[in-house]
Design a protein around this ligand. Structure first.
Ligand code: 5GP
Length: 189
């Protein structure tokens, strides 16, 4: 998506450790007009797929997911990073290693909000190693829900996540795919 690529080139900052900082428009200050255009693009790409719910993960996917959900006309559920371990019974649970912070988060979602009849679109801001998406897919599997696909804002295609998730048979639609990046130079696929 040209508009997103141009914005990354204009305002993105490449940091050490293969991290792209986009906090001026994507995950701290949020350009919701850009999010709306992204949502419309996913609606176009997943047209006719019967998506009835968007499923994302705390925290930085939530804003994008909410605006996309308005375009789809469906609700959003986000998986929560939980500090409470004594949660068995009412929730599905998995563990997700964090790309940006290190460490592993316990991630939960209430059994009330993921149903076997659900046709889910997973949404996240970044795809790097694929751990966040794998966590969401695992929770969806526990619920018996169908994962229609994943809508990603920025895929760092030089990292293994995209290949890993596509190898599972999950359709991944990334609106900007970065082939390589160093400070001063960033190239899209
Ligand atoms: P993965 O689980 O695919 O390794 O990483 C995806 C998650 O890590 C995303 O939810 C995102 O929050 C974070 N992330 C990964 N790479 C980047 C990056 O280059 N920049 C930012 N801002 N977040 C990233």
């Amino acid at each position: 998506m040209k508009e997103l690529e141009e914005r990354i080139l204009r305002d993105g900052i490449v940091e050490d450790g293969d991290v792209l900082k986009v906090d001026s428009f994507l995950n701290h200050q949020m350009d919701v007009e850009l999010f709306r255009a992204m949502g419309k693009e996913w609606v176009r790409l997943f047209d006719g797929e019967g998506i009835n719910k968007i499923f994302t993960i705390e925290a930085s996917g939530i804003g994008i997911a909410c605006v996309a959900a308005l375009e789809f006309g469906v609700p959003v559920v986000f998986a929560k990073k939980s500090r409470t371990r004594n949660i068995a019974g009412e929730v599905y649970h998995t563990e997700v290693p964090s790309f940006t912070h290190g460490g592993v988060s316990d991630v939960i979602v209430s059994k009330r909000f993921l149903l076997p009849s659900d046709r889910l679109l997973l949404i996240d801001d970044f795809l790097a190693n694929g751990a966040a998406l794998e966590g969401l897919i695992g929770l969806a599997e526990q619920a018996g829900a169908t994962v229609v696909g994943a809508g990603i804002a920025v895929e760092k295609a030089f990292q293994p996540g995209g290949e890993r998730i596509r190898a599972k048979g999950v359709r991944v639609e990334s609106l900007a795919r970065i082939k390589s990046m160093t400070s001063g130079q960033l190239e899209f696929c």
